[in-house]
Design a protein around this ligand. Structure first.
Ligand code: 5GP
Ligand code: ZN
Length: 113
């Protein structure tokens, strides 16, 4: 999709620090990390947010969810981590292309800000 930052990263038009890629997804380090480990997992298909995901995306989303623990281990995270999907206005989603934040290597708190 034109004018989508994460589509440009998927297409390697904008460089990113890629940690994993396959035919369905790409994972890269966040440019403004909020924890010692902070990477994003992004479907290559443009889906604006979790609200726009459909039955058709079932395999894609389960692929992401099952890939996350593998990537976390590869990043040396051993004591737990957090997965975040900011969605819509109140969810403070700034990039309108579905993405999963994975944060680790520090103790998280609850409730989030
Ligand atoms: P959101 O606020 O939409 O949930 O998260 C968007 C995330 O993308 C933020 O954590 C932000 O730091 C990250 N981000 C924004 N622009 C870039 C970029 O150009 N490269 C990378 N690697 N991350 C980005
Ligand atoms: Zn996109």
């Amino acid at each position: 999709m034109a004018d989508c930052l994460f589509c440009s990263i998927v297409d390697h038009e904008i460089p990113s620090d890629v940690i994993y890629e396959d035919d369905m997804i790409i994972a890269f380090n966040d440019i403004a990390p909020q924890a010692p480990v902070h990477f994003l997992v992004v479907p290559k298909k443009h889906i604006a947010s979790l609200d726009e995901a459909t039955e058709e995306d079932k395999e894609l989303i389960s692929h992401i969810m099952l890939k996350i623990p593998e990537l976390v281990k590869e990043q040396g995270v051993e004591n737990g981590y957090r997965v975040v999907i900011n969605t819509g206005e109140d969810g403070d989603q700034t990039v309108k292309h579905l993405h999963f934040h994975i944060l680790g290597k520090r103790k998280m708190t609850w409730p989030p800000g």
